[in-house]
Design a protein around this ligand. Structure first.
Ligand code: NAD
Length: 351
C-alpha cells in the first residue's frame, strides 16, 4: 500500500494483463506497481508503457509494497502462481477460468482461507451490458413465465493461434468462453441445475474443443441453451429469451434488439399463410393488434466496479461480488459438460 493506494503487480502481461493495466489506470486508489512476464518482449512492453518489470516472480513476492498479485497467465499456470502469492501474504486476483479442474480451485480456496487473504476470480462478464439487460428481463418477469433462454457467442476465426489450442495449457472454448456464459447463466437463474446435455465441435482443432453446445435443465423446468462457436460465418443472436407472454432478442454486444409481448390473447385467430408446398395457421405471423414491440430495457454497467469491489472487500467495506463458491460451481458444471459431451450422455448435476 502506498498511502491509501493499493499496489497491484501483474503476472503475465499478455493481452489480458495489458487490458487490466489499461483499466486500472482509471481506478482511484489502485495502481500497477510492476509486472512480470516470462517473455522478454513483454518485459520490454512494460518498460515502454511506464511500468518497471520485476526480474522474477520471486522478486514480486518479496516486494513488501505489493498488495495484490493479478495473475493473467495461461490457465495452467494460475494455480501455482496464486498459491505462492497467497502464501507470500498477498491478495490475489486470478484470471478466468480460475483453474482447469475444480479440485485445484478447492486447494486455492483452502490456501486463501489459511492465509487470511482475498482470492477473487476475474468473472468480468458479469458487467457486460447485454447480460445485465437479459437478467433484467428475467428478474422483472417481463416475458411472463420463462421456459427457454438461449445464450450464444459466435465467431468465425477458429481458436486463436496460441496456447488456447493446447490441452496442457487449458485450451479449448469451454474453458475460454464457456466459463463466462455459464457463470452468467448461474448468476441469472436462482435454481439448481438438474440435467446437463452437451456436445463439442472440433472443426479446426482435434485436441481441444473449438466450440460446444450445451443444454441445462434447471429444476424449475427452465431450459437454458448455451453455445460457443468459432466457425460461424453468420452469427445467431447473442440472446433469445422466451416467456409465455413474449419474446426478446438481444442481437449483439451493441445491444440492438427488441422485446415483443402479447397485448390481447382473445384475438387468436390467424389467416393461414401459404408456403410453396402447403398451408399453415400455426406459424402465421401475429397481427399487430395482438402484440406490442418495445426497445430493450437496456442496463448500463461499469466494469471498473470490479476493481472497486475488490478494494472494498479487502478493506471490509463490502462483500466480494464474485464469490469463490460460485466459481467452484461453474468449474464443476464444466466438468459435467465435458462428461456429457465425451460420453454422449445426459448428466445429473445437482439433482
Ligand atoms: P496471452 O498469451 O496474451 O498472455 C499470457 C502472458 O502470460 C504471456 O505474455 C506469457 O508470456 C505470460 N506467461 C506465461 N506463463 C507465465 C508465468 N509462469 N509467469 C509469468 N508470465 C507468464 O494470453 P491472454 O489472452 O492474455 O490470457 C491470459 C489469461 O487471461 C488466461 O487465463 C485467459 O483465459 C484470461 N483471459 C480473460 C479474459 C476475460 O475477459 N476475463 C479475456 C482474455 C483472456
Amino acid at each position: 500500500m502506498v498511502g491509501n493506494t493499493f499496489q497491484v503487480a501483474i503476472v503475465g502481461l499478455g493481452g489480458m494483463g495489458n487490458w487490466h493495466r489499461e483499466l486500472i489506470a482509471d481506478v482511484e486508489n489502485m495502481e500497477i506497481c510492476g509486472s512480470f512476464d516470462i517473455k522478454e518482449e513483454r518485459q520490454q512492453f512494460a518498460r515502454e508503457h511506464g511500468i518497471t518489470p520485476y526480474n522474477s516472480f520471486e522478486e514480486v513476492l518479496q516486494d513488501e509494497k505489493v498488495d495484490i498479485v493479478l495473475c493473467a497467465t495461461p490457465n495452467d499456470a494460475h494455480k501455482d502462481i496464486v498459491i505462492r502469492a497467497l502464501k507470500a501474504g498477498k491478495h490475489a486476483i486470478c484470471e478466468k477460468p480460475a483453474t482447469m479442474y475444480s479440485k485445484d480451485f478447492e486447494k486455492m480456496m483452502a490456501v486463501a482461507k489459511e492465509c487470511g487473504k482475498l482470492l477473487v476470480v476475474h468473472q468480468n462478464r458479469r458487467w457486460d451490458e447485454d447480460f445485465r439487460t437479459a437478467k433484467k428481463i428475467y428478474d422483472e418477469n417481463m416475458l411472463g413465465s420463462m421456459f427457454r433462454i438461449e445464450s450464444r457467442v459466435h465467431g468465425s476465426r477458429g481458436i486463436p493461434g496460441d496456447w488456447r489450442q493446447e490441452p496442457e495449457h487449458g485450451g479449448g472454448m469451454l474453458l475460454d468462453w464457456g466459463v463466462h456464459i455459464l457463470d452468467q447463466a448461474l448468476q441469472m437463474i436462482p435454481y439448481k441445475v438438474s440435467k446437463v446435455y452437451s456436445s463439442f465441435t472440433h472443426v479446426t482443432n482435434e485436441l481441444v474443443d473449438d466450440g460446444f453446445t450445451c443444454e441445462l435443465t434447471f429444476d424449475n423446468g427452465l431450459i437454458y441453451m448455451l453455445e460457443v462457436g468459432t466457425s460461424n460465418f453468420i452469427n445467431l443472436p447473442r440472446w433469445y429469451l422466451l416467456g409465455q407472454n413474449g419474446t426478446a432478442v438481444i442481437e449483439d454486444w451493441d445491444l440492438s434488439g427488441k422485446i415483443t409481448r402479447i397485448t390481447d390473447w382473445s384475438k387468436n385467430d390467424a389467416v393461414p399463410i401459404r408456403t410453396a408446398a402447403g398451408l399453415t395457421k400455426t406459424m402465421a405471423p401475429r397481427t399487430e393488434e395482438t402484440i406490442h414491440t418495445d426497445p430493450l430495457p437496456i442496463v448500463r454497467a461499469d466494469v471498473h466496479d470490479y476493481y472497486r469491489n475488490v478494494m472494498d472487500a479487502i478493506s471490509g467495506k463490502a462483500e466480494i461480488i464474485v464469490k469463490n463458491d460460485e466459481v467452484l460451481r461453474v468449474l464443476r458444471l464444466m466438468e459435467a459438460i465435458k462428461k456429457s459431451a465425451e460420453d454422449h450422455i445426459v448428466v445429473d448435476f445437482e439433482a
